[in-house]
Ligand binder design. Structure first.
Ligand code: G3P
Ligand code: CA
Length: 321
């Protein structure tokens, strides 16, 4: 009887040990393959931008409260060379620039129509700080400012990761700025330029521009993980051959969810190439066809399509396991 009991116990111990080995190996392999993620990951798109004005410290704070693993920052550059968090190249959609600086626009011809635009690179930081970046979203946020990236880093550091995007780097190149160098210098100033420098503040850099990422990888020799965003304008990368080329300079792709919907095998191709997949953008205000809630839509991409991470305006709706 005693012997039987002992044998049974030995079998249970062996079974537990082998499960632990399998778990360890799977976990290790998945980290090895997609070094920048260790679990299903939520990236707050422009902060918790469904609930607070995008790219304000208020939106970043809320994203952290809602459990974001990373907060994304779209980066632009002011006239005096300061990196600031702003999605558009122009100020009029998300600030009161037309009231504060009514004459500081440029006229741009588009499809035969003359448009007025207030470009961020025509304004110094001191001027940008005079703008209200909150009222357009809700009067409750009146007075919110466009943050410098440094201010954003200070707000987010230790509480979530940073996910900066180089926006229009070629435009800034024409204005005499080297966006990639500025970004890496700012990270270095904060001691965040090496992978793992601050385990509470991992950094991933993203761009739609393969050139921008190549420059960071090969010319500036960053070892930080780089993610190539894929949209309608550059979806030629979304093939097994294209992904092999992406792998030369990036660790992951960030496709528009419409691209994945049309071509779900992209995830398998990316994984076979050793690339992670972080689609954008999941939002309660524009839930994808066939889903009744953004949470269900995110769950489908995470569980059925098996993406590692995603960008969402609604971090509170992320289906944590
Ligand atoms: O960076 C992921 C997603 O934000 C890309 O689109 O235009 O919102 O920056 P956009
Ligand atoms: Ca972005």
């Amino acid at each position: 009887m005693e012997k039987l009991k002992l044998r049974g116990m030995a079998r249970s111990v062996a079974a537990i040990a082998s499960s632990l080995v399998v778990l360890f190996v799977t976990h290790f392999l998945s980290i090895e393959a997609f070094a920048q993620y260790t679990k299903k990951t939520v990236v707050a798109h422009r902060g918790a931008s469904a609930y607070a004005p995008e790219h304000t410290l208020e939106a970043y704070r809320l994203a952290i409260e809602q459990g974001a693993d990373y907060v994304e920052e779209d980066l632009q550059i002011t006239k005096d060379g300061v990196l600031v968090c702003l999605h558009d190249l122009t100020l009029e959609r998300t600030t009161n620039v037309e009231e504060v600086f009514p004459h500081r626009y440029r006229q741009v011809e588009r499809h035969g129509v003359t448009e007025k635009h207030w470009f961020i690179f025509d304004f110094t930081l001191e001027e940008v700080k005079q703008l209200d970046a909150g009222s357009w979203f809700d009067k409750r946020f009146a007075g919110a400012q466009i943050p410098t990236w440094q201010e954003a880093i200070q707000e987010i550091r230790g509480k979530a990761g940073l996910f900066p995007e180089t926006k229009a780097p070629e435009v800034y190149g024409r204005h005499g700025f080297d966006m990639e160098r500025l970004i890496l210098a700012e990270l270095e100033k904060n001691g965040l330029h090496q992978p793992g420098a601050d385990p509470d503040t991992p950094v991933i850099i993203q761009s739609f521009s393969a050139e921008s990422l190549r420059k960071m990888a090969f010319e500036l020799k960053t070892r930080l993980p780089l993610v190539l965003l894929l949209g309608e304008g550059n979806k030629e990368w979304a093939s097994p051959e294209g992904l092999k080329k992406v792998k030369e300079f990036a660790v992951g792709i960030g496709p528009a969810k419409s691209i994945l919907r049309a071509s779900p095998r992209l995830v398998e191709w990316a994984h076979n190439t050793g690339l992670s997949v972080t689609p954008y953008t999941f939002r309660s205000s524009a839930v994808g066809k066939g889903f009744w809630k953004v949470r269900a839509e995110m769950a489908y991409y995470l569980d059925t399509l098996d993406v590692e991470a995603l960008f969402t305006d609604n971090p509170d709706q992320f289906p944590h396991k």
